[in-house]
Design a protein around this ligand. Structure first.
Ligand SMILES: C[S@@+](CC[C@H](N)C(=O)[O-])C[C@H]1O[C@@H](n2cnc3c(N)ncnc32)[C@H](O)[C@@H]1O
Length: 263
C-alpha cells in the first residue's frame, strides 16, 4: 500500500490548512506529506523547515507568507485574500504552517475567512512545537504524580490584550509558553508574584528538532538571566513546572534528535 492510498485526493479549487510540525521532516503527518506531493501552490510560513518544502511536487509554486526572519511581514488579510483568489482560480492550495495550524497559528481566522468565501477546505493537524519540545527532551506534558492539567499560553498577545500570569501561576498547572522569549523577564516576574517559587524547574528549548536546536535549563528565578547569557532567541518554547524536572531523570539514556542539545 502506498501512502497515497491513505490520504484523500486534493481537489482543485480547495484549500488545505496543514500543520508542518516543529521542523524535523520525520514529524510530518502522512496527510501533510501527501498534500505537499499534490498541491499546485504552497503558501507557507517562515517557520516551515526548508527540508519539508523540498517535498513539494515538481512544478509547485512556493509562496512565502510569513511574519518573521527579517522579511517584510505579510498582513493576515492579504494572506486570506490570496488563499481565496488561488482557490477561485482552481488551484490546489496548500496553506502550510509551522507546528499545528490551530495552536497560536491563526488557522482559525483563515478557516473562517475561507468558509465565509464559500471555499471548501480541510484542516490537517500537526505536531505542535510546544508538545514536541517537551517530548523530545523526555518531558511528559502530564504525569499522574505532578499534574492533571497543562496550560499552553503565548507571551505575545494581540494589541490591547494581556495575560494574567499571576492567575495562571496560581492554577499550579505547568506552563508551556510560546513566543515568550522577548518578554521572558517580565513574564517570570509576574509568575513569581503569582506565587511560583524561584526554584520551580524550568527550561527553554530553542528551534526544537532542527539543526539549530539548543536547550537552557535553570530554576525559574534564574531562567531569564540564563536565556540572556546563552543569547536564546525565538523560536523557542519555555516550560515551567514540576514536569520540567523530569528531564534530569531520563537524560542519560535519552536518544536526542540533536546530540548537541544535551548541553
Ligand atoms: C506563531 S507561533 C506558531 C506555533 C505553531 N502553530 C505550533 O503549533 O507550534 C510561533 C512560535 O512557536 C514556537 N515554535 C515554533 N517552532 C518551534 C520550534 N521548532 N522550536 C521551538 N519553538 C518553536 C515559538 O514559540 C515561536 O515563537
Amino acid at each position: 500500500m502506498s501512502t497515497n492510498d491513505l490520504t484523500p485526493v486534493f481537489d482543485p479549487g480547495t484549500v488545505w490548512l496543514v500543520g508542518a510540525g516543529p521542523g524535523d521532516p520525520g514529524l510530518l503527518t502522512l496527510h501533510a506529506f501527501n498534500a505537499l506531493r499534490q498541491a499546485d501552490v504552497i503558501v507557507h510560513d517562515a517557520l516551515v523547515d526548508p527540508r519539508i518544502l523540498a517535498f513539494a511536487r515538481e512544478g509547485a509554486v512556493l509562496e512565502y507568507a510569513g511574519k518573521r526572519g527579517g522579511r517584510t511581514s505579510v498582513a493576515q488579510d492579504s494572506i486570506t485574500s490570496r488563499l481565496i483568489a488561488l482557490a477561485e482560480e482552481g488551484k490546489r492550495v496548500l496553506r502550510l504552517k509551522g507546528g499545528d495550524p490551530f495552536i497560536f497559528g491563526r488557522g482559525g481566522e483563515e478557516a473562517l475567512a475561507l468558509a465565509q468565501a464559500g471555499i471548501a477546505f480541510r484542516i490537517v493537524p500537526g505536531v505542535s512545537s510546544g508538545l514536541a519540545s517537551l517530548a523530545i527532551h523526555g518531558i511528559p506534558a502530564t504525569t499522574r504524580d505532578t499534574n492533571h492539567a497543562v496550560i499552553l499560553a503565548t507571551g505575545h498577545c494581540a494589541e490591547g490584550q494581556a495575560t494574567d500570569w499571576a492567575a495562571l501561576a496560581r492554577t499550579g498547572a505547568p506552563l508551556i509558553l510560546y513566543m515568550a522569549v522577548t518578554n521572558l523577564a517580565s513574564i517570570v516576574g509576574e509568575l513569581l508574584d503569582g506565587g511560583l517559587s524561584r526554584q520551580t524547574p524550568a527550561l527553554i528549548v530553542h528551534a526544537a528538532t532542527t539543526e539549530a536546536e539548543a536547550v537552557a535549563e535553570a530554576p525559574l528565578g534564574d531562567l531569564p538571566r540564563l536565556a540572556l547569557e546563552r543569547a536564546i532567541q525565538s523560536p523557542a518554547i519555555v516550560v515551567v513546572g514540576a514536569i520540567a524536572g523530569f528531564r534530569s531523570g531520563v537524560l542519560d539514556h535519552l536518544l536526542l534528535f540533536r546530540a548537541e542539545a544535551a548541553a
